[in-house]
Every structure is written in C-alpha cells, then in structure tokens.
Design a protein around this ligand. Structure first.
Ligand code: SF4
Length: 164
C-alpha cells in the first residue's frame, strides 16, 4: 500500500514521487502546503461530528462519514484537480479492499465555493492497480527520474532543489 502523497505525486511528477519516497520532505518548508493544511483544518471546525478520521495504516482519511459512506477532502485550489480526484479514487479503492462497497467522495474547494463528486466504478479497480504497479516501478528504480519542466514546478516544494 502506498501513501496518499505517492498517488498524488505520481500524477504530478515522477521525479517528485521518487524523491519523496526516499524521505526527502521539502514540503515541510512549503508555504503552499502549509496553506492547504490550514484550509483543511479551519474548514472542518464547524462541521458536524459525523465526520470521523479513518486510519488505514499508511493512509489516513481525515473525514469519513460511515453512515453515508462519504469521504471528504478539502483543497486549496482546483488547479491540480486530476491529482485530487486520483487521491480520492485511491481511498475508495482501499475502502473497497476492506469490504466497504458503494462509498463515494467529495472534494471541496472552499475558496472557490466549489465541490467535485468522485464516484467509484468497477473499471477504476484496474486503473488504480496500474498506478500502484507504475509507482512501484518508479520508486524501486535506482535512478532519479529526469527533470522535466512543467507548469507545476513553480509551485513545487522541490523547485529550488531541481532548478538552483
Ligand atoms: S520542481 Fe518540477 S521537476 Fe522538480 S520535483 Fe517539482 S514538479 Fe518535479
């Protein structure tokens, strides 16, 4: 089982995934990451108690409603929405693996007053398993993936590491 960061970084940058897997934690110095965590915490202070933390070991789902079987994720901006959806799909996959069928996800973007629903389809299982296989291949490689510049780099906690 991989962490949520592994799934997210796989969708953003394979180099970042490889560095993260080796314990490099530039995110700890990132303003953007700190802001994202703050939004998650402050948005949920007024929420009903039905949202519970669900600890799956390597993965911890911050907000899960066991009655409606709904996962809720809060994000700062929808710019990286594809990666956010992948993260929630992975959570739904892990729930299915544990016998929780029919769960769904909601991603909230409070600043933009927007939500995105994430559903689980049977075909998603093979897709998520292909992500896991590719992640395993990338992180087991002794060679760091090449630097490929992308729009996201400017906001990446590894920017100085890659470009200075
Ligand atoms: S700065 Fe760009 S290339 Fe380097 S790890 Fe981040 S996203 Fe990847």
């Amino acid at each position: 089982m991989f962490s949520a960061s592994h799934i997210t970084y796989y969708h953003l940058c394979h180099r970042k995934l490889w560095l993260h897997h080796r314990g490099m934690r530039m995110e700890d110095n990132s303003q953007a990451v700190a802001e994202g965590k703050l939004i998650g915490k402050t948005t949920y202070t007024r929420r009903a108690q039905r949202w519970q933390e669900l600890d799956l070991g390597v993965v911890k789902i911050d907000h899960f409603d066991p009655v409606s079987k709904t996962i809720r994720e809060v994000k700062k901006s929808p710019k990286l929405e594809a990666a956010h959806i992948a993260q929630v799909k992975y959570y739904l996959y892990l729930l299915e693996q544990r016998g929780v069928h029919g769960a769904k996800g909601i991603i909230e973007y409070p600043k933009q007053k927007r939500t995105t629903e994430v559903t689980w389809e049977p075909a998603d299982r093979a897709v998520v398993q292909s992500w896991e296989a590719e992640i395993a291949r990338i992180v087991q490689s002794p060679v760091c993936p090449e630097l490929v510049k992308k729009n996201y780099c400017r906001n990446c906690a590894f920017y100085d590491f890659c470009f200075s």
